[in-house]
Design a protein around this ligand. Structure first.
Ligand SMILES: Cc1cc2nc3c(=O)[nH]c(=O)nc-3n(C[C@H](O)[C@H](O)[C@H](O)COP(=O)(O)O)c2cc1C
Length: 315
């Protein structure tokens, strides 16, 4: 697989990022990814400050000098404290999401860090470049977790973003194989970020019930809901059906927030309640039936990628 500008920027063997994921990407997943030559990312979104500090200590011990990042979704209340804690523990790569790139980029760059920001359209990508962000992660509508309102597919989004910025562009949303990585590179991406594929590994921290349920996924298993609140792609369990019914009855934003309540994602993804929990996942779950170790998965992705390129070269 290629060594390119993104590999140089992040000191990686392969231009692949494991996406930060609430309840899924703790220190075990992030360190396994960093050891496999890609960028491991601790998902700080769901963590209290105490838990984040414990995770940072374990993470730094496991990865030693290898590159590793923390994802800070900007929609939570303790983001300032989370950023300061990460800086205190020597984190050098930050992936910010779900908010303005202006909030932390200047501070993080002054502290000598590399900053990546997640975008769902090309206007936001241009704002990232103006704010001094080092690379953008352009995440399409297929993706798991919270999503933009634009409903742009990854195939459309990457060329749009490439036209607007000169910093590296990382493609995310719907990528789970070496063939898909090759397709994104052909489209002009400098690398990829994958979430759903890494959630379905032995090292991810979601509950076994969730991993087992996901093996039954088909092309009909997910939908983007809660557009009145924060759009999120969910697995269609009973809790999803309740949201859907409320949305069809034209429920207000407040009614939807009340139905969501507190701790739904934790209940589903971490505690294993497959009925009443909120289950975030990407469309590509329908393609994934195995639960590999990260190291084997990365090796497979690289050989699939190389095979795809040699097939294309014969056309
Ligand atoms: C369960 C789950 C939780 C996620 N949580 C976050 C998060 O906390 N912050 C974030 O920036 N992105 C989050 N994402 C998005 C991923 O980082 C990644 O960009 C996305 O999964 C890529 O699309 P894919 O699922 O099709 O690979 C989450 C995705 C999933 C599946």
């Amino acid at each position: 697989m290629i060594q390119n500008s993104l590999c140089s920027l992040l000191q990686l063997q392969y231009p692949i990022i494991q996406g930060g994921m609430v309840y899924a990407s703790g220190y075990k997943l992030a360190s396994a990814c960093s050891k496999a030559g890609i960028l491991g990312v601790l998902g700080a979104g769901s963590m209290s400050l105490d838990i984040l500090e414990q995770q940072l200590i374990k993470l730094k011990k496991k990865v030693q000098d290898r590159p590793v990042a923390v994802n800070i979704p900007l929609l939570y209340s303790k983001v300032n404290e989370q950023v300061d804690l990460c800086l205190k523990h020597g984190i050098k790569i930050f992936i910010t999401s779900a908010g303005s790139p202006k909030i932390f980029t200047k501070k993080l760059k002054e502290a000598g860090c590399t900053v990546l920001h997640v975008v769902s359209n090309d206007d936001l990508a241009a704002k990232c470049e103006d704010a001094g962000v080092d690379a953008v992660i352009a995440e399409g509508f297929e993706a798991g977790g919270h999503n933009g309102r634009d409903e742009l597919t990854t195939l459309t989004l990457i060329p749009l973003v490439k036209k607007r910025v000169s910093i590296p562009v990382i493609a995310a949303g719907g990528i789970a194989s070496g063939e898909a990585i090759a397709a994104m590179m052909v489209l002009g991406a400098d690398g990829v970020q994958m979430g759903t594929r890494f959630l379905m590994t032995q090292e991810s921290s979601v509950h076994e019930n969730y991993k087992n349920l996901l093996r039954e996924s088909t092309s009909h298993s997910t939908e983007l809901v809660m557009k009145k609140v924060v759009p999120v792609r969910l697995w269609k369990n009973e809790f999803y059906q309740k949201i859907k019914k409320k949305e069809e009855s034209d429920a207000t934003k407040e009614e939807l927030v009340n139905l969501l309540g507190k701790g739904r994602a934790r209940k589903g993804m971490l505690e294993g309640d497959m009925v009443e929990g909120e289950l975030e996942i990407g469309q590509v779950c329908g393609l994934i039936k195995d639960l590999p170790k990260v190291d084997d998965l990365v090796k497979d992705l690289v050989s699939q990628y190389n095979l795809a390129l040699s097939r294309i070269s014969k056309f």
